[in-house]
Design a protein around this ligand. Structure first.
Ligand SMILES: Nc1ncnc2c1ncn2[C@@H]1O[C@H](COP(=O)(O)OP(=O)(O)OP(=O)(O)O)[C@@H](O)[C@H]1O
Ligand SMILES: [Mg+2]
Length: 498
């Protein structure tokens, strides 16, 4: 039988926003269908309706011609729909097997869980995905990339007929992306309906058959991937011509003194990392997942204990024992995992933006609310955070807009050094250009910026210098003239002792 999903005139409003404003389209089995649109366009909301996590206000959706109305994710799963959300849903205290087999453990009527069989089946899936962990590993021990793979294994295991991926590659690197794409293509070839959301246009061209463009909760157009171009897609989703993101960039060319120096840092899987960061410099960190970039930053920011080695700020030796010490020294960090380390999801945009500057805008412990509101509004405007008000709760923003809050927060603070860990993850093409320019502007104002990214084009076009890491150590350093994708990759993959 023919396999398809069809949406008819789906509408969904939240307080102050019409997230979906009459969406209709059809996705067929045996095809990978992309959903493309700016941050806040409504992609995740549509998938949440399909997964039973939200209910539409009006409109219908059909699977193979049958109208569906899921009231909970469990109903959707039972009807053969799996959605891999943008935000991970794993239980970190439980093992890989327990997470992947969650509903079965949950549903077992006899009340007896067959762990041996579950672990064996899990092992088979792990091998299929070429992953290095075991069924018994606790999820909290896994990196963000591996946790994402566990999410995907969960959907794979259910043998769903409809599988939707909401930015699955955001935490992954190339090797893992290759594995994932291979699997998605196999799922497609077996006739499943695949919906795929990503802001990385190159991925859409590599993977998808059809692209649905959404804007402000409306359907704009559907195009066959083979018959379209990046420029066309961007102009349709943004509603204007964006041009080349990098060529218009105004970079800083005045470098100052060394503001931060790390000497022989060790701790948490990091061996002997040394580097210097100047005022006004954008210093890139490249490497594969697990190379130790984020771990190095945790040492600088006081998130992990430094076992040995020194950190100098403005030439003075500093002991950074915790993030509070780091912030007092003028170091800011935008973490990779916004949910775990960045945002206070239950608080307003205003609260989240002003966390690092509360001291500055308070007098005798009382916050100057007027100033707080003014600064928050400025940050919302500067970063084009899409929201009806600064009082909106962070949890209710789209993924990309949450990311912008984390960046906007540091724009307000008084910093010497800003560490950005994958800052454009989940950011749409139009807003990316704005973030690049902001990074360059911060450098022009004299900040030292550390820029971690897995997108090499970003590193090459924004950074003055790039440090390449592998297995917790520095394998090389390239300046602007020496940078190339091949050069960085070969350092990132270099075997020890070569
Ligand atoms: N639970 C919620 N409560 C209130 N508003 C919400 C909620 N979830 C989403 N919204 C709003 O609905 C709109 C669409 O959000 P959605 O998450 O679907 O966007 P998206 O296309 O997935 O964006 P992104 O690319 O940033 O992930 C946004 O304006 C968002 O703030
Ligand atoms: Mg989303």
């Amino acid at each position: 039988m023919e396999n398809y999903v069809e949406f008819k005139n789906i509408r969904k409003a939240f307080v102050g926003v019409q997230a979906l404003d009459g969406i209709s389209f059809r996705a067929d089995g045996g095809e990978i269908c992309a959903l493309l649109g700016e941050n806040g366009a409504g992609k995740s909301t549509l998938l949440k309706i399909l997964s039973g996590a939200h209910q539409a206000d009006s409109g219908e959706y059909f699977i193979n011609g049958r109208e569906m109305k899921f009231h909970s994710p469990m109903e959707a799963i039972q009807a053969g729909v799996s959605v891999i959300y943008q935000e991970r849903q794993l239980v970190s205290e439980l093992s890989v097997t327990e997470n992947v087999f969650m509903e079965d453990l949950y549903c077992n009527r006899a009340g007896i869980v067959d762990f041996k069989r579950s672990h064996e089946e899990m092992q088979r899936i792990i091998e299929l995905f070429h992953m290095p962990f075991s069924p018994q590993t606790k999820v909290k021990k896994l990196s963000a990339a591996y946790q994402q793979m566990v999410e995907i294994m969960k959907a794979y295991r259910r043998k769903s007929q409809v599988i939707a991926f909401d930015e699955p590659t955001a935490p992954l690197t190339d090797a893992e992306i290759d594995i994932l794409f291979g699997l998605i293509q196999r799922l497609r070839d077996s006739g499943k309906v695949i919906l795929y959301v990503s802001h990385r246009l190159k991925e859409l061209f590599r993977l998808t058959d059809k692209i649905i463009i959404l804007k402000d909760g409306r359907f704009v157009e559907d195009v066959r991937t083979a018959n379209t171009s990046e420029g066309y897609l961007v102009s349709k989703m943004v509603g204007r011509n964006v041009g080349d993101t990098f060529s218009a960039l105004k970079r800083n060319d005045q470098m100052g003194d060394v503001v931060l120096e790390a000497r022989n840092l060790r701790g948490n899987g990091i061996h002997n990392v040394s580097f210097q960061l100047h005022r006004g410099e954008v210093l890139g960190f490249a490497g594969l997942v697990g190379a130790g970039r984020s771990e190095t930053m945790q040492l600088l920011f006081g998130g992990d204990k430094v076992k040995s080695g020194e950190i100098y700020i403005d030439g003075r030796l500093k002991k950074i024992r915790n993030p509070k010490d780091a912030i007092e020294e003028g170091i800011g960090l935008c973490p990779e995992d916004r949910k775990e380390q960045g945002l206070v999801l239950g608080r307003s945009i205003r609260n989240n933006l002003t966390i690092p500057i509360l001291n500055k805008i308070s007098r005798r412990g009382i916050i100057d609310r007027k100033r707080e509101r003014k600064l928050s509004k400025e940050a919302v405007a500067a970063y084009r955070i899409k929201t009806p008000s600064i009082e909106k709760i962070a949890m209710e923003l789209s993924g990309g807009n949450q990311q912008k809050i984390i960046l906007g927060r540091w724009m307000l603070a008084d910093l010497k050094v800003l560490i950005l860990d994958e800052p454009t993850k989940g950011i749409d093409v139009g807003a990316k250009a704005e973030i690049y320019q902001m990074v360059c502007d911060l450098a022009r104002e004299g900040l030292g910026v550390i820029f971690i990214s897995s997108e090499l084009q970003e590193v090459i076009n924004i950074c003055d210098k790039v440090i390449v890491m592998r297995d917790g150590t520095v394998t090389g350093c390239l300046d602007r003239k020496e940078m190339s994708e091949e050069g960085i990759l070969s350092l990132a993959m270099q075997e020890n002792g070569e």
